[in-house]
Design a protein around this ligand. Structure first.
Ligand code: Z16
Length: 839
């Protein structure tokens, strides 16, 4: 695209104060100015949404100065850049986070108050971009925050889904999905950059030819071309000038299609083609840890990958960097296998578009990519049927076959005469219908492969990627996940933030290890009682909020026992439910029993096609209906399934928790990140030795963690030995009563069919070993209940949890990626006072 610089003799313009100033008077003036000129409203007729928009634009103006200076500095320095390729970015609301990062939260709050507005009410107006399912998408968002905060040049590349993760409603106890129209009121945080659009090809066939130098070349003749239009969102760093970019691609029809059809007199045909092209970025696939193998999903993946790589070539050209130095300019992180087609697409671009020969191209490719694996679950490992793959991406299939030919030769040399290994490791699964194995392609095409927690990386090397770990031991590294303390403490828990800062200063928000300094207050009764009071106030807030939404009273003095995450059998929300029924049964057997009052809160979405997960939601709601209204319970137990869990809502939930449920079957949860958010905010964890729980326990100390259940090793041994859940059912009377009550229709108005699929699965399969872990879980919960009665001890434990979670800052994770995988250097950004006319 041709740029149009202003001639040097033109005047120099000062960046206007009203768009940069951070003092309260300027902010108020700028806010009213935006209300007038952007929303087009006098205050008399403005809605809360108008005020939200005016404030969002006021904040955006302040980001722009940082954003443009950052882009210019990176460009001038040709800085090495991290490209984080992810099909999901679960960003959460932008406004509050940007206020924290700009250091103007309190000033803006004051400015709004002086204008008669309530900042918290304005926050409520923001529609969050729900462009992710759960952990993986939220991790990508935390990483962008840390990359900017660590002044690392980076671009997040993904898809601008028109509809993100569905909104969840609950009707008659069942989940109902509602379309997420997040763009309805406009999105003040994005800027379209149509001048940087690219074209993406699909389908058709390939043709070999010989070029003018006598080289063998391939031409791809597609049967469909789609345009990708980038939409950029500024990503501020915490108290630094750096402001990076999240670049999301929207699919649009190419004009040529419309034109051809239109000329042929086929107006509706032209419009249909247009609609069809645009479906590529219409909707996020709502599965967490499950692949569906749909054509549209592969189209989405190739679409955003091709757009992003072409964008990198544009940047190279713009910065006058030779194609041969692609891997020096860019390091590309593959967030799971979703963007793995990038390995073949970069080969294609280098060879077919830029005429590079195979070996040279392959060396650039393998120097560029690194792959993060996020799961061991077989149903989440992506494979594409060859037929589907070949008809959508014929050239890429050829390239993958060629990569495989080289790769199989390498295996033969390293492990002679091992035919089994060849078929196990091949990029093509040929055991039945033939498939492309995306994880294998990612491993071969990357110089680094990482798991997301120590245990997960160990199991990856032992099981799922064992052959690859033997072949390329030097590629494997662990990078334990982390979460950003800006959003999940400073923004979501202002009371705790104030208390901590009053004691140890505010440095911990950037250097989370500093929280260790809190340890010296464990015996300070004054501090501990403040710590406890804060938790109580936050629980009161959540309880008021719940009262408003559900008209249910939850007692802030009760133990808040919370499990919020996607609904999945391996996460075992139903084990939690079995505990609730156990306590309920104890009360029914002895109404005067002395039990610790508890509030059980659940939050999370089930994939729309995941029947068992939806039945678990129905079970929890059915148990809630009975427990909450039974007078024998005398309000000592409350159960609530909180609908439509989101980042926005999560920010209310983490600070209010006493107990964090992290109860997945050992070996199944790759890391978990909610576990970290709860612990930072001073909740105690009840958990298995799974994912990052292992490291949380290590950091906070076993005496400050409620551990139960089988280890990953014991789980696999038990399964190998022929696990029979009925052994547990028939020998544990409490478990038997729980199961019998549910089966009898006690929680389903006498309907014995409703929960039969769930109960039968537990009785006859129980692949996630709920029955095997039941007794250990219940006994551990009993210890939790007793410990909670000693409020001094409990507070001491929670304080030590907060103090010892420094390791779980995403700043630490990103520093690990930088040190061990990306090798990038920070670039600090100076802000110019003036915009030059010419340069
Ligand atoms: C996802 O959210 C995760 C893994 C995966 O393969 C696909 C999706 Cl959509 C999660 C893991 O389940 C979780 O343990 C982990 O903490 C998170 O990714 C981030 O690594």
């Amino acid at each position: 695209m041709q740029t149009a610089p202003i001639p040097p003799e033109c005047p120099t313009v000062r960046v206007e104060d009203d768009r940069t100033g951070l003092d309260i008077e300027t902010l108020k003036r700028a806010f009213l100015d935006n209300l007038f000129y952007i929303q087009g409203k006098f205050p008399e007729i403005a809605t809360q949404n108008d005020y939200y928009m005016a404030l969002a634009y006021t904040v955006r103006d302040r980001l722009f100065r940082r954003w443009l200076n950052t882009a210019e500095t990176y460009s001038k320095q040709g800085a090495r850049t991290v490209c984080y390729l992810s099909a999901e970015f679960l960003m959460g609301p932008h406004l509050g986070n940007n206020l924290i990062n700009l250091g103007i939260f309190d000033t803006v709050k004051q400015a709004m108050t002086e204008l008669g507005l309530d900042l918290d009410e304005l926050f409520e107006k923001e529609e969050e971009p729900g462009l992710g399912n759960g952990g993986l998408g939220r991790l990508a968002a935390c990483y962008l925050d840390s990359l900017a905060s660590l002044e690392t040049p980076s671009i997040g590349y993904g898809i601008r889904y028109e509809f993100g993760i569905f909104d969840q409603d609950i009707k008659d106890g069942w989940q109902v999905e509602v379309t997420d129209k997040w763009l309805r009121f406009g999105n003040p945080w994005e800027v379209a950059r149509p001048e940087w659009e690219v074209e993406v090809k699909f389908g058709g066939h390939t043709q070999a030819f010989t070029d003018e130098h006598g080289n063998y070349r391939v031409l791809w003749v597609p049967d469909k071309v789609v345009r990708g239009v980038p939409y950029d969102t500024p990503i501020s760093g915490y108290k630094v000038n750096s402001c990076n970019t999240l670049r999301l691609w929207a699919a649009e029809a190419t004009d040529s299609f419309d034109f051809d059809a239109f000329n042929a007199g086929d107006y509706s045909g032209a419009v249909f083609k247009k609609m069809e092209s645009e479906t590529i970025s219409k909707v996020l696939y709502p599965n967490d840890n499950m692949t569906q193998g749909k054509i549209l999903r592969l189209e989405q993946q190739f679409f955003f990958v091709s757009c992003s790589l072409q964008d990198m070539f544009r940047i190279l050209k713009r910065q006058n960097i030779a194609i041969e130095r692609f891997h020096e300019k860019f390091t590309i992180q593959l967030n799971d296998t979703h963007p793995t087609i990038a390995v073949a697409e970069l080969m294609r671009l280098l060879m077919d578009e830029y005429g590079m020969e195979w070996d040279k191209a392959w060396s650039i490719v393998t120097s560029t990519f690194a792959y993060t694996n996020h799961t061991l679950l077989p149903e989440a490992l992506e494979r594409w049927p060859i037929s589907l793959f070949g008809s959508m991406l014929p050239r890429h299939l050829e390239i993958i076959y060629e990569i495989n030919r080289h790769f199989l030769d390498d295996i033969r040399i390293k492990f002679p005469d091992d035919l089994d290994r060849l078929s196990r490791m091949s990029l093509i699964d040929e055991s039945g219908e033939r498939y492309v194995r995306m994880a294998h392609l990612a491993c071969v095409g990357s110089h680094a492969i990482n798991g997301v927690a120590a245990l997960h990386t160990k199991l990856l090397k032992q099981d799922v990627l064992h052959d690859f770990a033997e072949m390329y031991p030097e590629k494997f590294v662990n990078v334990t996940n982390g979460v950003t303390p800006r959003r999940f403490v400073a923004l979501s828990n202002p009371r705790l933030t104030r208390l901590i800062t009053s004691k140890i200063g505010g440095n911990w928000i950037k250097h989370l290890d500093d929280l260790r300094q809190l340890e010296k207050y464990v015996d300070d009764t004054g501090f501990c009682s403040e710590f406890r009071t804060i938790k109580h106030e936050i629980k009161q807030d959540l309880s008021n909020y719940i009262k408003g939404l559900y008209d249910i009273n939850v007692d802030p003095n009760s133990l808040f026992d919370i499990q919020s995450k996607r609904i999945h059998e391996y996460k075992r929300q139903h084990l939690n439910a079995l505990h609730i029924v156990t306590l309920y049964n104890r009360i029914k057997a002895n109404p005067d029993i002395d039990i610790t009052p508890r509030t059980f809160l659940f939050g999370g979405k089930a994939a729309p096609g995941y029947y068992m997960a939806k039945l678990i939601i129905k079970l929890i709601n059915s148990i809630a209906d009975v427990v909450n209204r039974d007078p024998d319970v005398r309000d000592r137990l409350k159960v609530l399934f909180m609908k439509d869990y989101s980042v926005k809502f999560a920010q209310r939930v983490y600070p209010a928790a006493d107990l964090s449920e992290q109860i997945s079957t050992a070996g199944k949860e790759a890391s978990g990140t909610g576990n970290m958010k709860f612990a930072m905010n001073g909740a105690l964890t009840i958990g298995t030795l799974d994912g990052a729980n292992v490291e949380i326990l290590e950091e906070v100390g076993a005496e400050n963690f409620f551990l139960f259940g089988l280890t990953a090793e014991e789980v696999s041994q038990k399964k190998a030995a022929g696990y029979n859940p009925q052994d547990f059912y028939s020998t544990d009377p409490e478990l038997k009563l729980v199961i019998d009550r549910i089966s009898s229709g006690f929680f389903s108005h006498g309907d014995t069919e409703l929960f039969k699929p769930l109960i039968d699965d537990l009785m006859y399969h129980d692949q996630y070993l709920l029955f095997a872990d039941y007794r250990s879980y219940i006994d551990c919960q009993d210890r939790v209940g007793l410990t909670y009665r000693d409020q001094d001890l409990w507070t001491r434990m929670t304080l030590l949890n907060t103090a010892r979670t420094g390791k779980f800052s995403s700043d630490r994770s990103i520093q690990d990626y930088i040190d061990n995988i990306w090798h990038t250097k920070p670039v600090s950004i100076d802000l110019k006072e003036y915009v030059q006319g010419g340069s």
